[in-house]
Design a protein around this ligand. Structure first.
Ligand code: PLP
Length: 365
């Protein structure tokens, strides 16, 4: 048994896991009511009004949700601008390419946030662009993109805004309506602290209505999924019942904790303790502190040559925690997530394990 210090799936509570001991029938009224309650609760987390927005649940991992939105909302006459500064931004471009969606990519370096002014210029230069997609917390590096500034220029230009808030929704306040986001995607196994099995989309009703008949896939058709679910809470195809029950419990526990504000505070505290402690041990962060998210942190490998990530990983795992490899192409790094059922005492324990590991290394040197 070990705790996960990763970008998800995360360490969940025992009470969330216990929900998965029940087998539920998918067309049972009680089960359908759970789906409807989840959809309602998600709108609250997103700070939106039911008359303006709706929530759609989609089978599969987070990528399925992103693919569902891109392939259902960007029509044959439309053009997508993808702002990318990491693997998940680039994945959106890959989805567009594979679906034959007309698109263009504004690529930034992984340690830089996409610039709203640059997006504004590109919208002016290319009036064919109708949709803009961007990642909120780029889990690749842990950088937090300024979606507020981006939303402002996108809304001013009257375009559709798609935000991949996979690793931030529930852990960072996102006033979806106030910001004018048209589609926001997240998944069950990130900051809401459920288990893997489905993604969800917070959609502006008006934008979702326009998706009718546009889908380039049958199972990922967002509009049809919505219409089906809207009737009585029934998923179009087999739903991940155990993951849905766990998620309903996770939403209750988010509320009990004090909502997104309280969770954000805990994550931020975890993150600050982690970064301070790691710096004291000689590790440097890859992302500058002013754009570092409170979700996951990328650390550079230490200078000395003997360093082996797999060896360090094993050492830490044997002592109760799983950390994560890096995902950068230009630097040797590893990542430590601090979301999920993780508290400051876990961070202190982890730092002690690192200290022990470094002492052993120095002994052998
Ligand atoms: C986790 C994550 C995804 C989805 O990844 P899956 O492996 O498909 O669940 C997408 N975008 C971001 C930013 C993520 O952190």
């Amino acid at each position: 048994m070990y705790k996960l210090l990763t970008p998800g799936p995360l360490t969940t509570t025992d009470t969330v896991k216990q929900q998965m001991l029940t087998d539920h029938c998918t067309w049972d009224d009680e089960y359908k009511a759970i789906t409807q309650q989840i959809r309602k609760d998600l709108l609250k987390v997103a700070q939106v009004d039911e008359n303006e927005y709706t929530a759609v649940l989609m089978q599969g991992s987070g990528t399925f949700g992103v693919e569902s939105v891109l392939t259902s909302s960007v029509g044959p006459q439309d053009k997508l601008l993808v702002a990318a500064n990491g693997a998940y931004g680039l994945r959106m471009a890959e989805i567009a390419k594979s679906a034959g969606i007309l698109h263009t990519v504004y690529e930034e370096a992984y340690h830089c946030i996409p610039d709203a002014g640059e997006i504004e210029r590109r919208l002016k230069d290319d009036p064919d662009i109708t949709h803009i997609s961007i990642v909120h917390c780029e889990t690749t590096s842990g950088i937090l993109n300024d979606i507020h500034a981006v939303a402002e220029v996108v809304k001013k230009a009257g375009k559709t805004l798609i935000v991949d808030a996979m690793s931030s929704f529930g852990g960072i306040e996102i006033p979806v309506d106030k910001m004018g986001i048209d589609f926001l995607i997240s998944s069950a196994n990130k900051c809401i602290q459920g288990v893997p099995g489905f993604s969800f989309i917070i959609a502006r009703r008006e934008a979702l209505e326009k998706c009718a008949g546009k889908a380039r896939s049958l199972s990922l058709d967002l509009y049809s999924q919505w219409k089906g679910m809207e009737e009585d809470g029934k998923w179009r195809f087999t739903s991940p019942t155990h993951a849905v029950l766990a998620f309903a419990q996770a939403l209750k526990e988010l509320e009990q904790e004090g909502g997104v504000a309280a969770r954000h505070k805990r994550y931020t505290q975890n993150n600050q303790l982690l970064i301070e402690g790691m710096k004291q041990l000689g590790f440097q962060t890859y992302i500058a502190s002013d754009v570092q998210s409170p979700i996951i942190t990328t650390f550079l490998y230490p200078e000395h040559q003997a360093f082996s990530f797999p060896e360090m990983y094993r050492f830490i795992k044997e002592r109760g925690y799983a950390i994560y490899p890096g995902k950068l192409t230009d630097a040797d790094t590893f990542r430590i997530g601090n979301i999920g059922e993780i508290y400051p005492e876990d961070i202190y324990k982890l730092l002690d394990i690192f200290k022990e590991y470094i002492a052993l290394q120095e002994e052998h040197a």
